[in-house]
Each structure stands twice: as structure tokens, then as C-alpha cells.
Design a protein around this ligand. Structure first.
Ligand code: SF4
Length: 379
């Protein structure tokens, strides 16, 4: 019987061959990060497909609503970075062939069927190179070449004259574009053989990055890794070497992921079977909490009615002045509104003019947020 694997799983499978095997329990992996990734891909797909010259705020708002993304500003920033890479580094060189969602690719390796949806593919105008483009929204810059090579392998039969395959990974968070070139032989023969060997192998290679996103639950190698990770984390601060500190960040993420997954499994169980007693008079239950948000436009008359008459008018200024301390404005959203109202060809100039006005009015301020990230080593 033919078994199927997804192209997106290949980077992990090439590292831990055993992770190709069927999962015991399929867990819905929806998360804010996954929704954001899907939303960015959707915005870029629409912009490229419609041959847009810029990404409108309207398009971002629509996709955000559709994908239930709350952080519209982040969606806008990531989409603009991906779009800039498209406009400056990719579009001038290729004719678009296929877009994600529109075309599913698949090919066979022995008893396996490999399937996936490339973000973007095309042949350069001289006809010599097949270009495979993937936008990555994850915070980690991993090696995704096995995934991109698979798309190249699936497409090469359609282009007998193509001599090489160019793999382009756009990391939209770090604004890095990674380009790797392979000959036709390297993809058609060497990559195929490597994949075939991997799919025959049952080698385990537990690591934080591999196991964190592996859907398998009952894997002994993963359990051992979890034990050693917890041991290391519980000893943090006590005689920890610099090298161990470097490993700690990944271990924290790994353990957090395990806990998240356990919570999801438990939640599903409680939803199906009811609350769980802890044996000491307490129980673990799933409850619903209703949160109320305000539609600013509809709320404005009520806010005005409460704020204007007594406290702020006529002596203490306008409603706007009253609201200034509690309003936070998104610069990128205002940029979007300006672009939506600009004449054709004036969008960039209008945004630059607006930024100059802001600087002139001393209206910009910076805040620094400290965060830990996993990134390629900086020289
Ligand atoms: S859980 Fe980890 S070790 Fe086990 S199969 Fe998956 S990636 Fe490999």
C-alpha cells in the first residue's frame, strides 16, 4: 500500500528517518504562529496572483479577518517584507508558473507518495533555470533545502530544457534571502537516491528541533530527550557551562511544546468525557470565558456623551484630546490608509512624505523590547 508524506515534513524526516512513520494520535496543531504563517502566505499569494504593485491595507485586513489573526500590524510588516523580496529579487527574473493552493504537486519514491504545495515556482526568462521560492514566517532559520528540492524534482519533468534548479528561501522575519543552486543531475538523481535511502531507513535522531514538531507521541527516543531536557532545566543556574546555556533556549521551547501538546490532548479528553477529578476535592474542567471588545466606531457616540459635557468641554479641550492618552496608533496601518488613498505611482512618495512630517513633528518614539531568538550565527 502506498503511504503519503508531506513535503513540509521532509526537513525533519531527512534528519530523523523514523519520523516518517504514521502518528498514533493526530493533534490539531493550530496556533497563533500557524495562523500568522497561513495569513502571510495568503496575502502574498493574492498580491502576486493579481500582479499588484503594492499590498493594500484592505487586503491585509480581509485576510486577517479570514484567518482570525489578531496582530494585523505584524501581518502587514511580514507581508510587506515578503512582497519586497518578490518585487526586487524574484519577479524581474522569472515567469510565474504556479502558486500555492492552486497547484498540488506529487511524486513517487518507491512505496511512498510525496505531496505538497509550493509557494511559487517559475522558469527564468532565458529558460535555463527552474526557480523554486518559499516564504518562511517561522522565527528559526532552518535548512529547508530538502523541501524546496522536492518541489524542483516534481516540476523538472515538465521542463526538459532546464539545466539547473535555484532554491530561494525568503525568511520574512529576519529579512534574509537564502539562494542555493543545484544542477539538474543533483536534483533528479542524487536527491532522489538520497530520499529513497532515507525512506528505507528507520534511524532515529532525537533532537529538540526535530522532536518539537514531530507529530509522534509514543516515541521512546523523544521521551528520553524530554527527561534529559527537564533535568538540565531543573539544574539551570547550578554549575551550568556556557555551552549548556546555549542549549537551554531550545530545550525550554521543546519542553514548552510538550506541555502545550499535553494540554491539548487533555482538553480534548475533558471535552469528550467531562471534568477530571484530582482526588483532593478539585477538578480540571474546560470552561468558556466571554471577552468583550469595543467597536470604536459604534462606541464613539457613547464615549463622547460621557466625556465631552462635564469634564472636557468647553474648557478642557476636544474629545480627541481626551482620548489621546488611551489611543495607540499603528504606523503601518496609517501607511496602509495613505497608500489606499494615493494616486497611482505616488504611494511610496506619500509614505515618505508622511514619515518626514512625523519626524519633523517629533512624533516618533522608540521602545526597545528584549527577546531571546534563535538565529544564524552573526559574524
Ligand atoms: S519524536 Fe523525535 S526521535 Fe521520535 S520519530 Fe519524531 S523526530 Fe524522531
Amino acid at each position: 500500500m502506498t503511504k503519503t508524506i508531506r513535503v513540509s515534513s521532509l526537513p525533519r524526516i531527512m534528519s530523523c528517518h523514523a519520523s516518517k512513520n504514521e502518528v498514533e494520535i493526530e493533534i490539531n496543531e493550530d496556533s497563533d504562529a500557524a495562523s500568522m504563517g497561513t495569513a502571510v502566505h495568503r496575502v502574498l499569494e493574492l498580491a502576486v496572483k493579481n500582479e499588484d504593485e503594492y499590498i493594500s491595507q484592505e487586503a491585509i485586513n480581509e485576510v486577517a479577518a479570514d484567518q482570525k489573526v489578531d496582530d494585523i500590524e505584524e501581518l502587514g510588516i511580514l507581508s510587506h517584507v515578503g512582497f519586497k523580496a518578490w518585487k526586487t529579487n524574484i519577479e524581474p527574473h522569472i515567469n510565474i508558473h504556479t502558486l500555492e493552493v492552486e497547484t498540488a504537486l506529487s511524486f513517487h519514491v518507491d512505496d511512498w507518495t510525496v505531496t505538497g504545495h509550493p509557494d511559487l515556482m517559475g522558469v527564468t526568462k532565458d529558460g535555463n533555470t527552474l526557480m523554486v521560492v518559499d516564504w518562511k514566517t517561522s522565527r528559526v532559520e532552518s535548512d529547508f533545502s530538502s523541501q524546496l528540492k522536492a518541489y524542483g524534482y516534481a516540476m523538472l519533468p515538465m521542463y526538459p530544457d532546464v539545466k539547473e534548479v535555484m532554491l530561494v528561501t525568503v525568511y520574512v522575519r529576519s529579512q534574509v534571502i537564502d539562494v542555493v543552486k543545484n544542477t539538474r543531475h543533483e536534483i533528479e538523481v542524487e536527491y532522489y537516491n538520497e530520499l529513497s535511502n532515507v525512506l528505507k531507513s528507520e534511524r532515529y535522531n532525537p533532537s529538540n528541533s526535530n522532536c518539537m514538531f514531530c507529530p509522534r507521541l509514543n516515541c521512546e527516543a523523544k521521551k528520553e530527550l524530554a527527561h534529559s531536557s527537564l533535568l538540565m532545566l531543573s539544574n539551570i543556574g547550578e554549575n551550568v557551562t556556557a555551552q549548556q546555556y546555549a542549549e537551554v533556549y531550545e530545550k525550554i521551547k521543546f519542553v514548552e511544546k510538550i506541555a502545550e501538546k499535553a494540554k491539548k490532548v487533555m482538553k480534548e479528553h475533558i471535552k469528550e468525557h467531562g471534568a477530571l477529578s484530582t482526588g483532593d476535592g478539585m477538578e480540571v474542567a474546560v470552561t468558556e470565558e466571554v471577552r468583550t471588545s469595543m467597536n470604536f466606531e459604534k462606541a464613539l457616540p457613547s464615549i463622547a456623551a460621557m466625556l465631552i459635557p462635564d469634564e472636557f468641554m468647553p474648557n478642557q479641550g476636544s474629545l480627541l484630546e481626551a482620548l489621546i492618552p488611551v489611543i495607540k496608533i499603528s504606523k503601518s496601518k496609517i501607511h496602509g490608509l495613505i497608500k489606499d488613498r494615493s494616486e497611482k505611482g505616488m504611494k511610496g512618495k506619500d509614505v515618505s512624505k508622511f514619515n518626514e512630517m512625523l519626524e519633523g513633528a517629533d512624533a516618533l518614539y522608540e521602545t526597545t523590547v528584549e527577546k531571546m531568538v534563535l538565529r544564524k550565527e552573526q559574524n
